[in-house]
Design a protein around this ligand. Structure first.
Ligand code: SF4
Ligand code: SF4
Length: 442
């Protein structure tokens, strides 16, 4: 494959940023930068996909990374991963002998090391401006599983039909598996022996930024982890806590101690994000500071670390999400675009250790292995969402009664829109095209 057509190839395969919001990768890599950074930090506790893939599919990842590096004309590619990912570091170190323009950057075990802007700072010491993206500092950040997807279309002509997911928490056999898109969360959990308790909630994503989902909801390109937790677990309570309760707590209990701001990754790279000041807004309807206003909430990456640094268990991040929604609904955009001159000089000593975080989150019992496991099971039915990415939903190109094979195109990017293509994940007949999804039954 020539690197000239990499963007078209990636577009054809429906590849999106795996694990994040699902930004279409063909748009992201259509750039010229001097550095490509692989986000191998996987900082959310309990998730294992990236660290396992960087070992098990190291050759595939490196081939794709070299293709992206060459395509973007980057002088260098950096794989940012944590010191504790021993097997991946060992495997990659051996293979990098053949890739003189790719190097590892070893990160300490802190959260959120995988925050895109924190990762850019850690690996290059460049600071992305407020409200900016890595491209503003000549860098492109790409996910491990996204690179595996690029490899699979380059070498196997395989579009995105599956995703890797860690199944953990209160399940019989925690594991990391590759599953077809469109199966249900319940079916995925059955692969791990199913929940071990009857009263539970399922978090889709990591414990910090993941969302509680219905077991009948479907697996998408961005599903990275499913964590089964008891209904009375602190994380479930925290995610279910209403905004009004959260605001009342802020008024009653925020003592302006500043601990939330001290750990905030965006504050520490020099952005005007000081959660303790916005808590004043929640409590007294004023930030009591001429330099901070509601729009500063746009600078929050929603990592939720502020809550776990707070001795009162308050939720600045939830208030920020609310502010962003409210401001956006009034047509107000982020007005903050300052370029910080330097990061907090004590940034590395302020990093929040993941072991400490796991203890705060009461997740120690679940922090075991979730090995990469092959599954020997076929699925009879999938419901594939037409919107699994940022941008316009895909337009169906099949109708009820059509026969499809795994890998056939079923949803196309609307003309001129930002989006990603969608493919059949099992062979069968299309039985429904409705409510933003396509159902296939074998
Ligand atoms: S850490 Fe908690 S109590 Fe302290 S300022 Fe922040 S929100 Fe308020
Ligand atoms: S969620 Fe909290 S810690 Fe994270 S960026 Fe926002 S304010 Fe900072």
């Amino acid at each position: 494959m020539s690197t000239e057509n990499l963007v078209e190839l990636v577009k054809r395969a429906g590849i999106v940023g795996a694990g994040g919001a699902g930004f279409p990768t063909h748009v992201k890599i259509d750039a010229v930068v001097d550095t490509v950074i692989v986000n191998g930090a996987e900082c959310e506790p309990l998730l294992r996909v990236d660290q396992l893939l960087m070992d098990a599919r190291a050759d595939d990842m490196l081939k794709a990374l070299e293709a992206v590096r060459t395509h973007t004309q980057a002088k260098e590619a950096i794989i940012g991963l944590k010191k504790k990912y021993g097997p991946a570091i060992e495997t990659l170190t051996k293979k990098l002998v053949d890739y003189p323009n790719i190097r590892l950057h070893i990160l300490e075990n802190f959260y959120p090391a995988g925050d895109e802007q924190s990762l850019v700072y850690e690996t290059t010491k460049r600071i992305v401006p407020e409200g900016g993206i890595p491209l503003n500092v000549n860098a492109l950040v790409i996910n491990v599983e996204t690179l595996i997807g690029i490899h699979d279309i380059m070498e196997k002509n395989k579009p995105v039909t599956d995703t890797y997911v860690t199944l953990t928490g209160e399940v019989k056999h925690p594991m990391t598996v590759c599953v077809p898109l469109g199966i249900t969360v319940r079916e995925a959990l059955e692969l791990a022996g199913g929940p071990t308790i009857t009263q539970y909630a399922v978090v889709n994503g990591g414990p910090m930024m993941g969302k509680i989902v219905d077991p009948e909801s479907t697996i998408t390109k961005t599903t990275k982890g499913l964590i089964v937790l008891p209904l009375d677990h602190h994380i479930v309570e925290s995610k279910n806590r209403s905004l009004s309760k959260s605001l009342k707590d802020a008024a009653v209990a925020c003592m302006q101690c500043n601990l939330c701001t001290e750990v905030c990754p965006r504050y520490n790279i020099g952005h005007a994000m000081e959660p303790h000041k916005l808590m004043r807004l929640a409590a007294y309807a004023s930030t009591c500071d001429m330099t901070t206003q509601a729009t500063n909430a746009f600078l929050c990456c929603e990592c939720a670390l502020c809550q776990y640094a707070c001795v009162m268990d308050l939720q600045p991040w939830k208030f920020h999400i609310h502010l962003k929604r409210e401001l956006s609904s009034r047509g107000i955009k982020n007005p903050h675009h300052r370029q910080p001159e330097k990061a907090n000089e004590f940034i590395s000593s302020l990093h929040f250790n993941v072991k400490r975080l796991i203890s705060r989150l009461d997740l120690e019992d679940y922090d075991g292995a979730a090995p990469l496991t092959s599954i020997d099971r076929t699925f009879d039915k999938v419901k594939i969402l037409l919107s699994q990415h940022i941008g316009a939903p895909a337009q169906p190109v099949v109708t009820v009664g059509d026969s499809v094979n795994k890998g056939d195109l079923i949803g196309e990017i609307p003309e001129g829109a930002l989006g990603a293509r969608i493919f059949a994940s099992i062979p069968g007949k299309v039985t429904a095209v409705e409510n933003g999804s396509i159902t296939i039954q074998s």
